[in-house]
Design a protein around this ligand. Structure first.
Ligand code: IMP
Ligand code: MG
Length: 188
């Protein structure tokens, strides 16, 4: 099993600052947007993004989980933890770690749209455009890749979220059989 650093911590920082500047420039000066972080993968990204924004948004989180295992293709998710804030008439920006098939995000956007936001946008750190099944608008995107990534919030079975960079793993089947196999690679 091979890994390689696909995006370094410095590259991520540069891109996150650019995204924050884009978002800040688009924000209506007399409203406060709500950043909706999707737990848990977006936590690292959101924490950096919000500190690079030159406005003071509300931050709220929701946690969703797929109905069957993560490989199911229905995209139907259940809300495990809902938002605390109302989205009625708010400018909402969903902050996602990664959009892969787009099924999760499609379902999530439909749910959030029903709550009457004034606007609803998506900011995703990683876009796996070639794997898309459900057409999903991404208003702000960090990087594009086809690879399976861990680090900077992204996990494999809960592991490797705390890597400060994004690493590509070439053999997810082997990793599935040995989820801790990369401990030595990443942390010696
Ligand atoms: P989808 O867009 O509905 O296929 O699902 C996206 C979700 O799959 C993400 O929120 C991640 O939890 C997971 N996922 C997809 N690709 C990756 C990856 O490369 N690394 C880690 N998790 C991933
Ligand atoms: Mg996710």
């Amino acid at each position: 099993m091979q890994t390689k650093v696909l995006f370094t911590a410095d590259q991520i920082a540069v891109r996150v600052n650019q995204l924050a500047a884009e978002i800040t420039a688009d924000i209506d000066a007399d409203t406060r947007p709500v950043l909706v972080g999707v737990l848990k993968g977006s936590v690292t990204f959101l924490a950096d993004l919000v500190r690079a924004m030159h406005v003071d948004p509300d931050v709220d989180f929701m946690s969703i989980s797929a109905y069957s295992d993560g490989f199911a293709m229905s995209g139907v998710v259940k809300i495990v933890k809902d938002l605390e804030s109302s989205l009625e008439a708010r400018d909402v920006i969903v902050v996602e770690d990664i959009v892969d098939t787009g099924l999760t995000l499609t379902y999530l956007l439909r749910t959030l749209q029903a709550r009457g936001p004034r606007s609803l946008k998506v900011c995703a750190l990683i876009n796996k455009d070639v794997r898309r099944i459900a057409e999903t608008p991404i208003d702000y995107q960090g990087f594009e890749t086809e690879e399976f990534l861990v680090g900077y919030g992204l996990d494999f079975k809960g592991r490797y979220r705390n890597l400060p960079y994004l690493a590509a793993v070439d053999d997810v089947a082997t990793l599935a059989a040995h989820p801790d196999a990369l401990n030595d690679v990443f942390w010696g």
